[in-house]
Design a protein around this ligand. Structure first.
Ligand code: GLN
Ligand code: ZN
Length: 782
């Protein structure tokens, strides 16, 4: 096959990171929000980022370059603004959508105070204008603003951003392929403000505005437009499939000359394959990283004239590609279909990977050799494009380098630890089961602790104040030494412990002052994880995260938390919870290995945490909390795959939690979660106590537990930690009364919704004093 000679084969990207190699967008936004810089300075910074992205792609040899993939905050928000879906509360006058309106939708409006709590929601204070809701974009850690629609919603073209950015690129000499979120995905991911109708019912009203934009793009010289319909990777109903068909027929009728590259990603087409191929579009992009096996079916079904965009570079992970293996698969396809009807691309937008590996000067050079960030992925794409046109020999060196890197990774002792493999082989089902059933454990634990009814506790972290962060960064920079830093942390911890005793909390925490982040802190002390310096990925708006890279077998060389726990417990006679992050959460918030199944990587982490649990128990910890904030987040996009995921996720939690005696109480915590459809898995985790976030749902989330007759103990959050507002005693008592309607008194604990790290002490102090008082009143009333 290496004899094929073709003039061109299009390499395309579906979108690239917006934040800039040094988080320039974040800095520009924050400067603008704080009033330090002007609107024009922000616009200039944004334009510079776009220009750099276009230039970089061109220089790297990408032929099909997108425009409008850039966003100041979020691409779903951009589309909502474009079609004028701006809820009344933002006071939009129907004219051009100002930056002020745009950012109010993103962040809420009130005396400049918006909350930046790091959780998956955005909030403004009660009295202000709340932002649009925010939620996860499919199964990524990117969060989009949820469009909000009202009954009789009107749409009309209110911003021209896609056109403006297309023209901006053209001015500079780039003929781009503008990208828009598809109308069906846009509506499906939105919500009716009052929940009274299906947003998809608005498709007929939305389309004229949407088509208006397509027409303008076409009229201004856009030959192709990329329309993203990742909803094709979800389970679709027949009605939804019909809406898709009608939508694209309407677009084709209105604009017969415009070529649409319809993209799907984050999974295979699955049962939607016929729907996808029935749409009147000129091109279809498929994800071959997540769903490599769909290639044959797709090739068999694809009409001859259709341009197939093959997403063969993984846009969701950071591993260097196996170029030889990709070519083995693509060469016959290109030979059969010809280069005119094939494009190659990353599986999805490169938004979900860091910008450029070249910046990582401190990473182990071996690891660097195995990785590819956005820039490197585009280089790989260009190499593949050349190999497919000119033959492999033209890029022989690059292909050999890829093969050598992969071969080295496959056998590297940095990746493979025989002891870990051996230990994994000895795991028995019994290791994932507590010795006795909950009822027996609960009795023993009750006798051991002698806690009052409705015991009070908190979720773990206390305010990460400016001083705490300052001390951490001084320690990282080396301006204060280990002893000084430890001394500082001990003082903070002691103050927090003394204060908890003083206000009368029943079960204490040490405050987590020593932790930068609930996953990073553990990753840094486990073998098998690496951390980048600049490997930022956008989480939402200006917020970026640097996911750990899980590259090798996981082991725990030494205890991680025991020292801090022992110190904290030494300060008090009340129970001090040991505080750990669970294996599923560590896995779900990291870039993970692609050479072992996720379940296996998770089991390794579970064994490491199990050792930590056991060391804590041995040191005397009687209560150990294992947080699984991200358990639900890991659910696959398609329902059929849920049971398999939940099986191993729950097993991993149990594996790390079950090595303790009956008298040791295992807690877990899960925030921002719905429980209805996973309640049996939650019950199967068999934690003695689970704390959850219930205040904003006014305890409705407990219905799932009641219906299931969930037997173990539960701490339903009694106040919203995302808001700076201090809850009154009566409010919490009211919520607890609602909880009592759904749970037995013996089951109920009292705690806030989540950790308090994003709050200030000025709010935390009165809030927890009130919470303890609410508990006292409950006990009197019981
Ligand atoms: N123990 C952690 C804390 O309090 C839990 C945070 C979380 O689940 N998001 O901060
Ligand atoms: Zn939480």
């Amino acid at each position: 096959m290496s004899t094929i000679r073709h003039s061109t084969l299009s390499t395309a990207t579906l979108g690239v990171p917006r934040i800039g190699p040094r988080r320039e967008l974040k800095l520009a936004l924050e400067r603008y929000w704080s009033g330090e810089s002007s609107q024009s300075a922000l616009m200039e910074a944004a334009s510079a980022l776009r220009i750099a992205n276009w230039a970089r792609q061109k220089a790297l040899g990408i032929r099909v370059i997108p425009s409008n993939d850039f966003s100041l905050y979020d691409h779903m928000l951009d589309l909502a603004c474009m079609v004028g879906a701006i809820p009344d509360r933002f006071g939009w006058d129907g004219g051009p959508v100002t930056l002020d309106t745009y950012f109010a939708m993103a962040r809420g409006r009130l005396g400049g105070k918006t909350d930046d709590c790091g959780c998956a929601t955005s909030h403004a204070d009660q009295a202000g204008v709340p932002a649009l809701e925010m939620t996860k974009w499919f199964d990524t850690n990117y969060h989009y603003m949820v469009p909000e629609f009202e009954r009789g919603q009107e749409f009309r073209l209110a911003t021209l951003k896609p056109l403006d950015q297309f023209l901006e690129a053209r001015e500079l000499g780039y003929q781009t392929r503008p990208v828009l979120v598809g109308p069906v995905t846009f509506l499906k991911l939105g919500k009716a403000r009052d929940g009274s109708f299906e947003p998809l019912a608005l498709i007929g009203d939305l389309l004229p505005a949407y088509i208006d934009m397509l027409r303008r793009l076409h009229a201004n010289g856009a030959e192709w437009v990329q329309i993203d319909e990742p909803c094709l990777a979800l389970d679709l109903t027949e009605a939804e499939a019909t809406v898709l068909r009608q939508t694209y027929q309407a677009i084709a009728r209105a604009l017969p000359g415009l070529k649409i590259m319809l993209t799907t990603y984050f999974g295979g087409l699955g049962a939607n394959i016929d729907t996808a191929f029935g749409l009147p579009v000129a091109g279809l992009h498929i994800d071959l990283a997540r769903a490599p096996d769909q290639l044959d079916r797709v090739l068999a079904k694809a009409p001859r004239g259709l341009v197939l965009s093959l997403g063969i570079i993984d846009g969701r992970n950071i591993w260097r590609a196996d170029l030889g293996a990709i070519l083995d698969r693509l060469e016959p396809v290109v030979a059969r279909r010809g280069t005119d009807h094939i494009q190659i691309a990353p599986s999805c937008s490169l938004l979900h990977v860091p910008v450029d590996l070249v910046q990582e000067r401190d990473l182990d050079p071996d690891l660097v050799n195995w990785l590819a960030f956005s820039v490197q992925k585009m280089e790989e794409l260009a190499i593949l494009g050349r190999a497919l046109c000119e033959g492999r020999a033209a890029v022989g060196e690059a292909i050999a380098a890829s093969a050598a890197a992969l071969a080295a990774r496959r056998i590297s002792p940095k990746v493979h630890d025989a002891a870990v493999a051996a230990r994994l082989a000895t795991v028995t089902p019994a290791m994932a089961s507590r010795a006795s059933a909950f009822a027996i454990r609960a009795g023993k634990q009750r006798r051991r602790f002698g806690l009052p009814a409705f015991p009070t506790t908190t979720i773990g972290s206390f305010p990460q104040t400016a001083e705490v962060r300052k001390a951490r960064s001084a320690h990282a920079k080396g301006t204060i030494d280990q002893a000084a830093y430890d001394g500082f942390l001990r003082e903070e911890t002691e103050r927090a412990v003394r204060w908890q005793e003083e206000i009368g909390l029943d079960v204490l925490v040490h405050g987590e002052f020593e932790r930068n982040d609930m996953v990073q802190y553990f990753g840094e002390q486990l073998a098998g994880f690496a951390f980048t310096r600049h490997g930022w990925v956008q989480s939402y708006g200006s917020r970026c995260v640097r996911p750990p890279i899980l590259f090798g077998d996981v082991a725990r060389p030494t205890p991680i938390t025991v020292g801090w726990w022992r110190y904290a417990q030494s300060l008090t006679t009340r129970p001090m919870k040991g505080m750990l992050t669970g294996p599923v959460t560590i896995l779900n918030w990291s870039f993970v290995r692609d050479d072992v199944p996720r379940s296996q990587a998770c089991r390794q982490i579970a064994l490491a945490i199990r050792d930590e649990v056991s060391d804590l128990e041995q040191a005397g910890a009687a209560m150990i909390q294992i947080d699984e904030a991200a358990l639900r987040e890991g659910l696959p996009l398609r329902r059929a795959e849920w049971p398999a995921y939940l099986d191993w996720a729950v097993e991993c939690f149990r594996l790390c939690a079950s090595g303790v005696g009956d008298e040791t109480q295992i807690h877990t915590h899960m925030c921002y979660s719905e429980f209805n459809d996973i309640i049996d898995a939650i019950a199967a985790m068999d934690a003695d106590v689970i704390s959850i976030e219930t205040s904003r749902s006014r305890m409705e989330l407990l219905d799932a537990f009641r219906t299931f007759q969930y037997p173990n103990e539960i701490g339903p959050g009694v106040y919203d930690i995302h808001s700076p507002r201090v809850p009154a005693v009566a409010e919490m008592v009211d919520l607890l009364k609602l909880a009592r309607r759904r749970l037995a008194d013996e089951q109920i604990w009292i705690n806030p919704d989540c950790g308090l790290k994003t709050r200030g002490w000025a709010e935390v102090r009165p809030a927890l004093v009130n919470m303890v008082e609410a508990a006292r009143q409950m006990r009197l009333a019981a």
